[in-house]
Design a protein around this ligand. Sequence first.
Ligand SMILES: Nc1ncnc2c1ncn2[C@@H]1O[C@H](COP(=O)(O)OP(=O)(O)OP(=O)(O)O)[C@@H](O)[C@H]1O
Ligand SMILES: [Mg+2]
Length: 238
Amino acid sequence: MTTIQLEKINVTRNEHHILHDITCQFPSGTITALIGPSGAGKTTLLKLLNGLHSPTSGEIYFNDTPISNMDMLNLRRHAGMALQSAPMLPGTVFDNLNLPRAIAGDTLTEDEAVGLLTQVDLEDVPLTQDIKSLSGGQRQRLSIARTLVNQPRVLLLDEITSSLDPRSVKEVEKLIHSIHESQQVTIIWITHDVDQAVRATDRYIMLKDGRVEHTGDSKTLLHSQISAVREFIEGEEQ
Ligand SMILES: Nc1ncnc2c1ncn2[C@@H]1O[C@H](COP(=O)(O)OP(=O)(O)OP(=O)(O)O)[C@@H](O)[C@H]1O
Ligand SMILES: [Mg+2]
């Protein structure tokens, strides 16, 4: 179980101050929605948590360990990330699922690969199937299976359902919940879909202009009286 703590995180890129003094916590085993307008800094914050970006100042702790002291490979294994575009290499389902192992100079056994596909309800898809023939929903589930290869304790999800049809959206939400239940992971989930945040997450952190604007229980989102939260929700509903 991993509690994530950010202490006074600042990120500046090309003289652009993207994140300002972010102090917040993601308690072990919770699902947090990271919400806020486009350009608020959500993806930047998520990328700090698996070492794709480094803060300009401040420190991030996984439990009590500063991640700046962690080996990069170890950090990437600890915190798996899935993206909206579910990027895939040309090749087969197996080639793509095996990628994290291939990077480590190893390979998945067929049993391990089938086990991972089963976890994401893709057990009917042959390992030899060409990646190009998967539907958008299947591709996203494969992308999630790939993040599970290293048995992460933290799952970082960046708008993973925003290009899916409503049925696939619900399937992916169900899948994330079953992973959460079976593997005790701490989940941070960027979404522009307020209803999804209410349905699928425990709590929210709202960023605006690179600052934490508000945090609370996700169930309170739709009826929030906080003006910045209302503004965001009404903007997203248009
Ligand atoms: N390498 C960079 N150099 C300069 N500015 C950057 C860089 N990367 C991101 N930014 C800026 O940082 C801000 C935050 O970007 P970020 O992608 O984190 O926002 P976001 O909240 O994820 O937005 P969206 O909802 O559109 O995905 C934006 O203004 C963006 O233009
Ligand atoms: Mg983003």
